[in-house]
Design a protein around this ligand. Structure first.
Ligand SMILES: Nc1ncnc2c1ncn2[C@@H]1O[C@H](COP(=O)(O)OP(=O)(O)OP(=O)(O)O)[C@@H](O)[C@H]1O
Length: 279
């Protein structure tokens, strides 16, 4: 049984159950190519929502529509109580200041040190002097688990995992209410990816932001996400806990969650759970 998007699913333990993003009837197209049609989605306050779907189903386009990088062709996007269509550009940028975004490539400036990279949005938006902004940047870098020496290093001298952490520190620079992550564990080895998942959950628990997480990584879905939304046939097919999503009667869902990789990720998640309970 497949079911349509639904904002009434049980709310995760870290969520008040109130939506911070409500997408209704979204349509996105490029020329004649329709990517989204009648797409509905809710992100609940304090939850980590995983967005999955086959390649080209429009996960990144959905993220870009919400953060204001792609103007939808139709539909409503309400963010933190604001209907984005109704806002002036000044009001819109005030809402967008409450977002932290981490794109797939990390996108740090190669000519800037890590502390300069993280300080940049603080100087730009919070209008703080450089010295104060760089102090705050060092706090953010330590929050994501980077050693103090890393602050003066340049992206080219860092491992993939360190770059992802630094990019996360930059996304957190302005203390966002909503964090958008596009494939944050892509390119990381399994240990680095698991550490990133754990860091994300720890930071969400401590800071209480909500997370819109586009991923193909099944381990991330099991380890970090409260709910999962599946994009298929131009819309959100189902949004629910991963256990319920995995039971959805849909060919892609069954192949993805109950194929060899899905079963392995589920097994790992269960054994991690057992280990945690026995500690
Ligand atoms: N700027 C653009 N111009 C034209 N078509 C685009 C543009 N951006 C995205 N598309 C198309 O929109 C569709 C959805 O793209 P999107 O990148 O959102 O998919 P995705 O689900 O994130 O894919 P993947 O999992 O492979 O990253 C694709 O067919 C893509 O070719």
């Amino acid at each position: 049984m497949s079911k349509s998007t639904d904002s009434t699913n049980q709310s995760p333990s870290h969520s008040s159950g109130q939506p911070v993003i409500e997408v209704r009837g979204l349509e996105n197209r490029f020329g004649n190519h329709v990517v989204h049609e009648s797409l509905d989605l809710d992100l609940l306050d304090g939850e980590i929502l995983g967005i999955v779907g086959g390649s080209g189903t429009g996960k990144s386009v959905l993220l870009r529509s919400i953060v204001g990088l792609k103007r939808p062709n139709a539909g409503k996007i309400n963010v933190l109580g604001n209907d984005l269509n109704q806002l002036s550009s000044k009001e819109r940028s005030q809402v967008e200041r409450r977002f932290g975004v981490l794109f797939q490539q990390g996108a740090l400036f190669s000519s800037l040190s890590l502390q300069e990279n993280v300080a940049l949005p603080i100087i730009e938006h919070a209008k703080l002097p450089r010295e104060d902004a760089e102090y705050l940047a060092r706090v953010k870098l330590s929050l994501v688990g980077l050693e103090p020496e890393a602050a003066l290093q340049y992206p080219e001298s860092l491992s993939g995992g360190m770059i992802k952490r630094a990019a996360l520190a930059r996304a957190l620079a302005l203390d966002p209410d909503i964090l958008f992550l596009d494939e944050p564990t892509a390119g990381l080895d399994p240990i680095g990816a698991a550490a990133f998942d754990q860091l994300l959950v720890t930071l969400r628990n401590a800071l209480g932001f909500s997370v819109f997480l586009v991923t193909h990584d099944l381990d991330t879905l099991y380890a970090a996400c409260d709910r999962v939304a599946v994009l298929s046939q131009k819309r959100v097919l189902v949004t629910d806990t991963i256990q319920n999503v995995a039971r959805t009667d849909d060919e892609w869902v069954q192949n993805y969650f109950n194929g060899p990789r899905g079963r392995a990720a589920n097994k790992t998640a269960h054994s991690n759970d057992r280990q945690l309970r026995s500690e």
